[in-house]
Design a protein around this ligand. Sequence first.
Ligand code: TYD
Length: 201
Amino acid sequence: MAYFITVEGIDGAGKSTHLEFIQSYLNKKNIQNKLTREPGGTEIGEKLRQLLLHDDMDVGTETMMMFAARHEHLITVIQPALQSNISIICDRFTDASYAYQQGGKGIDKSFVKSLEELVHPNLTPDLTFLFDLDPDTAHSRISNERNLDKFEKQSSTFFNGVRKVYLELAKAHSRFHVIDSSQTIDQIQQVISKKLDELVK
Ligand code: TYD
């Protein structure tokens, strides 16, 4: 059985630390897997990522480009892996398009929904971890790091919108597991292990 696991959260909520933990959990259980990311995960997708993260563009263009990268990723990486019994751990997926392009930038939900139905009508993640943290704390975690990208430079109003949509999605879909990112790494990893135990049992 191959699992499709996605990891979401506002920038600075700490998902990166836990992606490798999820992978090492699957490795320990001898579950073949691949860790990948969006936007990106393919050669063309990584090129689109450069444009998406650094160039200003209309939000409609941005949303369609996110889905163009996602289409390529699905066709060349995600679907072939799942069909070959290889689980996928994906650093962001379509929930991020609702959270960022709808919640942050205000595009119509129906615009994102239409693209979702077009690009992956029959595929949703089995489990989604949502790392939740208040935007001010999240921002202070990243602001001293490397040069910030286009999204990381956004205001706290933007991130409050992103967070709101993420939490709405989590309420609406039972595949979500919300993790309070203000906890210690150990506490978070215990929660992740418990949830993965339930998934792979
Ligand atoms: P992120 O995954 O946070 O990578 P890093 O850890 O290297 O900073 O960066 C991806 C950015 O892209 C993030 O700010 C969210 C944004 N994004 C969207 O706006 N819409 C989407 O559909 C996806 C997948 C990502």
